[in-house]
Design a protein. Structure first.
Length: 266
């Protein structure tokens, strides 16, 4: 068990006792989660949130005396929330209030696991060492203004900007999130993503075209309006990790890749 400051401290809010018991049972096998309290309605939940400061709340929507949305509206600084409900019609509204996820009852263990992974990624006090995303995973990106699930395989490039990173996907969308480039490097699949320098990670599967010169390179990536310009160190790393393996696999039919030429990704 990690020390308290590193674990997920969760509050369960649901008016149905069996629903609370079922969720607690599922959480026994998931991550490093400590249930610090249970509430049966919005009023109880508000008092417990103010007293216990959970960093994650599993929140039902329809409850006697006030909904889960009513609870959040009355909090000055609401914690991260995963909605757990039997109704699917509130999903859009849930993400409008920056919910981490929206789980339908009965809860599927794999969906719960993915939701907790998003919580771990979002919570600054929790570091899930060793947890690696797969290409099939969905990453929840919340900028504060918009929130969306993005497939890991659809992430094109990630650029650092002070304490934030800009995540670009194949649709040309950009998400600025509070997470370091090193955090991304640790979690992303190494066979797909390459850290080129201290400010850039690219998905090598989305390199469309590269132009190599003596001391720099320009990369055309899927979904990016402008090419990425690489300095000497990033250029060298790009050649070693991406160009050289491609060139080796194509030598028998095209000959070696030369510098100062355009190459299309195959």
């Amino acid at each position: 068990m990690k020390k308290d400051s590193e674990e997920i401290r969760a509050l369960i809010v649901d008016d149905e006792r069996l629903a609370r018991e079922n969720l607690k049972e599922l959480l026994k096998d998931q991550w490093d989660v400590r249930i610090i309290g249970e509430a049966r309605n919005a009023d109880e939940a508000e008092r417990m949130i103010n007293a216990l400061s959970p960093n994650l709340v599993f929140l039902d929507i329809q409850m006697p005396g006030g909904s889960g949305f009513d609870l959040l509206a009355g909090l000055e600084d609401p914690p991260s929330v995963i909605f757990v409900t039997a109704y699917d019609q509130y999903a859009i509204r849930a993400f409008e209030v920056n919910a981490l996820d929206y789980l339908l009852k009965p809860i599927e263990p794999e969906r719960l696991k993915n939701a907790l992974r998003r919580a771990a990624f979002r919570l600054p006090s929790f570091d899930p060492a060793g947890e690696i995303f797969s290409a099939a995973d969905q990453v929840f990106l919340n900028t504060g203004k918009k929130a969306s699930f993005v497939s890991v395989s659809n992430i094109v490039a990630i650029f650092s900007e002070r304490n934030y990173t800009n995540v670009h996907n194949v649709q040309g969308e950009r998400f600025m999130v509070r997470s370091s480039l090193r955090d991304w490097e640790r979690r992303l699949p190494a066979d797909m993503f390459v850290l080129l320098d201290r400010s850039t990670i690219i998905n090598k599967n989305h390199v469309e075209l590269w132009t190599l010169h003596a001391r720099k390179a320009e990369l055309k990536m899927t979904g990016l309006a402008e090419p990425i310009e690489l300095g000497r160190a990033a250029y060298t790393r790009f050649k070693e990790l991406i160009v050289a393996p491609k060139a080796k696999s194509r030598e028998t039919r095209k000959g070696p890749v030369e510098e100062d030429e355009e190459e299309k990704a195959q």
